[in-house]
Design a protein around this ligand. Structure first.
Ligand SMILES: [Zn+2]
Length: 108
């Protein structure tokens, strides 16, 4: 598959995921308009908020043309790994090196 079509597929997956997270929130009974300032995050769990941030970050990487590259070592992340979770930041080798730590307790 060409890089371009893979990226646009990943973009679609990300947008769908982002919408699904926000729809989830609306289903929890918030009547405010979606996508209206920072308020649109109100009612999301920490995990949903974090995933939404990852989705946005991945979309930004697509815009910048660095999508699919490992943030640690710079190699292209395996597409079979990336396709179902396009917001991944690291390749499997780097992923195995570091145990995933929530952002707010990451060591400095
Ligand atoms: Zn890596």
């Amino acid at each position: 598959m060409a890089q371009k079509s893979f990226t646009s597929l990943a973009r679609k997956t990300l947008l769908r995921r982002g919408r699904a997270i926000l729809r989830l929130r609306q289903d929890y009974g918030d009547s405010k308009a979606a996508g209206d300032g920072p308020d649109y995050l109100v009612g999301l769990s920490d995990a949903e908020r974090h995933e939404l941030e990852e989705v946005h970050a991945a979309l930004e990487r697509i815009e910048r043309g660095i999508f699919g590259r490992c943030e640690d070592c710079g190699v292209d992340i395996n597409r079979e790994r990336l396709a179902p979770r396009p917001y991944l930041r690291t390749c499997s080798a780097c992923d195995n090196k570091t145990v995933e730590v929530p952002v707010n307790v990451a060591r400095v």
